[in-house]
Design a protein around this ligand. Structure first.
Ligand code: PDD
Length: 285
């Protein structure tokens, strides 16, 4: 049985009920996070909470818990649901109004929901054990505030489905200038001549916490060079390696884009070095 947290109470998931007038339900008006936890240890907890607070501020939801309160909820969910490999989902919506009206209401209480779900085991830095991803590509038709981790994910869902329906693991997106933005639920990277290249943070992509940690770890613990700059789709097709990152995937090596092999068509050496450094240092965050 899955025990979830809803508005200050723990309960079986079946008993968790929210109002159909909740603006999260009607408008996707909310912010969420997914924090990975391996054997009871949360990874990137503080930056995840920081990003959620920034998101809430950006959409004008006046809600800020002390970071220790969030930690308490995460740890209780881990304890109540068995500490394996878990994603801790945190969600704050603007709350339930008495009517459906677009403007932000001033007198509603935000709805807070959190639950734990199973995620894959942490990656092992071993090419023979890694899951090799095959991805589709499509034009990024989401909104212009993709830096906000909004619960309104229909654009992401439709883009993910585009790849999924064709048997691919993910979909890499590009803008109207043929520049890579990110994946439908992850950040994206290429490797060329030993250099890791990823698009800069702006309104087109989510500032991923795995991205933040990975770039910091590569700078502090390896000699691998990183460039944050525009990446064209021509560069993606000519890359030696392509990677995706997210809280549940860590660093995912991509071996095929739109049916064509990436580089040699096998998991690359730079991925191995990066995942080795990430595995060794991720619990520092
Ligand atoms: N997805 N970009 C998008 C659009 C995402 O949805 C995600 C995460 C990321 C990577 O962010 P992070 O490293 O902080 O997980 C980038 C989550 C896991 C999800 O929606 O399930």
């Amino acid at each position: 049985m899955s025990i979830v947290f809803l508005n200050d109470r723990y309960m079986p998931m079946e008993e968790a009920k929210i109002s159909p007038m909740d603006r999260g339900f009607l408008f996707g008006d909310g912010i969420y996070e997914v924090i990975p936890s391996y054997d009871g240890e949360l990874v990137g907890f503080a930056p995840h909470i920081d990003r959620m607070n920034q998101g809430l501020e950006l959409i004008g939801i006046d809600f800020k818990w002390d970071v220790n309160k969030w930690r308490e909820v995460c740890e209780a969910l881990i304890e109540k649901n068995g500490s394996g490999n878990l994603g801790i989902y945190l969600h704050v919506s603007r709350g339930a109004d008495s009517k459906r009206f677009h403007a932000y209401p001033s007198d509603v209480t935000p709805t807070v929901y959190a639950y734990a779900f199973e995620i894959p085991a942490a990656n092992v830095p071993d090419k023979s054990k890694a899951k090799a991803y095959k991805v589709a590509t499509t034009e990024d038709l989401r909104w212009q505030r993709c830096n906000i981790k909004s619960t309104a994910l229909l654009g992401n869902v439709m883009h993910f489905q585009h790849g999924h329906a064709q048997g691919y693991n993910e979909t890499i997106l590009y803008n109207a200038n043929n520049e890579m933005t990110e994946g439908s639920a992850c950040n994206a990277y290429i490797v060329k001549d030993g250099v890791v290249i990823t698009p800069p943070l702006d309104n087109q992509i989510l500032p991923g916490i795995t991205r933040l940690m990975l770039l910091d770890i590569l700078a502090k613990h390896t000699d691998i060079k990183v460039e944050e700059r525009v990446v064209t789709m021509d560069e993606v097709l000519a890359a030696d390696e392509v990677w995706l990152t997210s809280s549940s995937k860590e660093i995912a090596p991509v071996i095929e884009v739109d049916g064509k092999p990436v580089g040699s068509g096998e998991i690359g050496d730079v991925w191995l070095a990066a995942q080795t450094a990430y595995t060794a240092n991720k619990t520092e965050y």
